[in-house]
Ligand binder design. Structure first.
Ligand code: GDP
Ligand code: MG
Length: 182
């Protein structure tokens, strides 16, 4: 192990945001434990998890904040937005209103952080429920492009692309930190 490898064990703070019931907790728990925790619909206020992962040969210690639905806890949202260095913006393909909520959330994040860019990944969850789809993949992709964010369809239930979405976010946060350090 080289010395440079040892000192790159950085911390990142990530927040998982989106409307109630879209699968924020299911995605977080899937990523942290590799399990699908079907807790029914149980809107917790917030929970945080720590996890160490290696991305592109660099270790990172994550603190992941699993937030509650923004509608119910609007008063706390500003704190979550200040906390996060990167955001997973989650909606459900089965619920159009959760998709429509994303640009407003993104706007709020930029406002609270007073930045024109904040690392975000749009995660369109519950892709296992194709028969209940209410938001097309192309619409999702278009919206994400307008936010300058990668778009990833995933399923916390089936474990599809959840790791990919978090890893993509970790890379964006790293890239942004390098850019800010210049
Ligand atoms: P949160 O309010 O955003 O944290 O949503 P939860 O993680 O509590 O999930 C809300 C409901 O959707 C629960 O009943 C979950 O079991 C279910 N759920 C979450 N992710 C998925 C998924 O990928 N597919 C399916 N079919 N159900 C999911
Ligand atoms: Mg939850």
């Amino acid at each position: 192990m080289t010395a440079s490898r040892a000192i790159t064990n950085k911390e990142q703070k990530l927040a998982v945001v989106g409307s109630g019931g879209v699968g924020k907790s299911a995605m977080t728990i899937r990523f942290v434990t590799s399990q699908f925790y079907d807790q029914g619909y149980n809107p917790t206020i917030e929970d945080s998890y720590r996890k160490q992962v290696v991305v592109d040969d660099e270790a990172v210690t994550l603190e992941i904040l699993d937030t509650a639905g923004q509608e119910e806890y609007a008063a706390m949202a500003d704190q979550w937005y200040s906390f996060g260095g990167g955001f997973l913006l989650v909606y459900s393909i089965t619920d159009r209103s959760t998709f429509e909520a994303i640009p407003g959330l993104h706007q709020d994040i930029l406002r609270v952080k007073d930045q024109s860019y904040v690392p975000c990944v749009v995660a369109s969850n519950k892709c296992d429920l194709g028969r209940l789809r209410a938001v097309g993949q192309l619409e999702g992709r278009d919206m994400a492009r307008r936010l300058s964010a990668p778009f990833i369809e995933c399923s916390a239930a089936d474990g599809v692309n959840v790791d990919v979405a978090f890893r993509e976010l970790i890379k964006l946060v790293r890239r942004n930190e390098k850019r800010m350090a210049l």
